[in-house]
Design a protein around this ligand. Structure first.
Ligand code: SF4
Ligand code: SF4
Length: 116
């Protein structure tokens, strides 16, 4: 009887070990995918104030839950000047706790954080 209990305990320990290994591997995978690989992502708190506040529904989320601005819907996007004119709307920027949205006027960040 004692032997059966011991085997049961060992099997339970093995299942727990496998579970923690899987969690560890998934965590490392997420880190290697690099969701923080832009200045924008490194500063965004993913609070979604901007998504809720946007009157034009111009902000979606990428696969990691970071905002992406759809320029064709955004009221502040100026195609001729090739930049966001925040005074034309800017509700998302004004409420953003880190003001990270302003970064999308940097062409490199805009490349990653906007769509047409
Ligand atoms: S400036 Fe911000 S809140 Fe205003 S339309 Fe564009 S994305 Fe939406
Ligand atoms: S309001 Fe700012 S910090 Fe919050 S999700 Fe939007 S961009 Fe990120």
């Amino acid at each position: 009887m004692k032997r059966i209990e011991e085997i049961t305990r060992i099997k339970k320990d093995q299942r727990l070990a496998v579970f923690f290994m899987l969690v560890l591997i998934m965590g490392m995978g997420i880190l290697m995918l690099g969701p923080e690989d832009s200045k924008f992502n490194a500063s965004c708190a993913r609070c979604y104030f901007c998504v809720d506040r946007c009157p034009a529904e111009a902000i979606n989320l990428d696969g990691h839950g970071y905002p992406i601005i759809n320029k064709s819907k955004c009221l502040a996007w100026n195609e001729k000047k090739n930049e966001f004119m925040w005074d034309k709307c800017g509700l998302c920027l004004r409420g953003c706790p880190t003001k990270v949205i302003a970064l999308v006027n940097d062409p490199e960040e805009r490349e990653i954080k906007t769509v047409n």
